[in-house]
Write a protein of this length. Structure first.
Length: 252
């Protein structure tokens, strides 16, 4: 398990002075990349091996969003690996131990030169990350209600058959890109969040990343408001190919 501590910054807030969803995702990304660097399998290692871990999907459960200036601890650990797919758990908690946000995620090990999965993960990476039970098997340890496990989704996100509301297209610029030269996971979510109905704050967020987007690509958002507590956003390219499917849900 890897962790680091932080203090919620003004630049990380939503309008309600609480940590935004995009900032939560950035913390999760920072935590697992810090772990990679500190264990010797970070950016240089991946570059030398022409590989990368690409996020394919995750679900983020918000129990309570951290508030401005609150001290928090961000934690992550690898919890499964099969073929070229790795699973990773995340947790944000207060320094008093209160669980605030947890997440489940899946990552594909990809050859960045070919764009195809790489099934030969070096033993050094297995040794660096280790393996521990997933977050849903450790709820009691972290003070999360056991009943929360019933809220974990196992299947894919369905795209509604009815037509969504099409919004103005977005052209991918340099600020959207990460070190792999494609749209960063959090930037995708920032785009999707920006088209939600006003004041729609989600307690559960799920996302499936379908295709990469690069500089100059066009993203067209489609919004599907299924009810007052569930809103889905699909990002497509100008040819209609789905790039991202995500669901924002809030407690009834």
């Amino acid at each position: 398990m890897y962790s680091f501590k932080s203090r919620v910054r003004y630049s990380e807030l939503s309008a309600d002075k609480k940590l935004s969803l995009v900032s939560i995702i950035n913390y999760f990304q920072d935590c697992c990349t810090f772990e990679a660097e500190d264990t010797g399998v970070g950016l240089k290692w991946l570059k030398d091996h022409h590989t990368a871990w690409m996020l394919t999907n995750w679900q983020i459960h918000i129990l309570r969003r951290p508030e401005y200036c609150e001290d928090i601890e961000i934690m992550t650990w690898a919890c499964d690996f099969r073929y070229f797919i790795g699973k990773r758990s995340f947790l944000i908690r207060s320094l008093t131990g209160e669980p605030l946000v947890f997440a489940l995620s899946e990552w594909a090990y990809v050859n960045v030169e070919t764009g195809f999965p790489n099934k030969k993960v070096p033993q050094e990476e297995f040794d660096a990350y280790g393996m521990a039970p997933p977050i849903e098997k450790r709820f009691e340890e972290f003070g999360i209600a056991q009943s929360t496990e019933d809220e974990i989704y196992k299947g894919r996100i369905d795209i509604p058959e009815a037509e969504g509301i099409e919004l103005p297209k977005i052209v991918v610029s340099g600020e959207h890109l990460d070190t792999n030269d494609h749209v960063n996971n959090a930037q995708y979510v920032a785009i999707a969040s920006s088209v939600l109905p006003d004041h729609f704050e989600a307690d559960l967020f799920r996302a499936e990343y379908k295709m990469q987007s690069k500089l100059g690509d066009v993203l067209v958002p489609y919004v599907y408001k299924e009810n007052e507590n569930l809103c889905k956003v699909v990002l497509k390219d100008d040819a209609g190919n789905v790039k991202l499917v995500c669901a924002f849900a809030r407690a009834c």
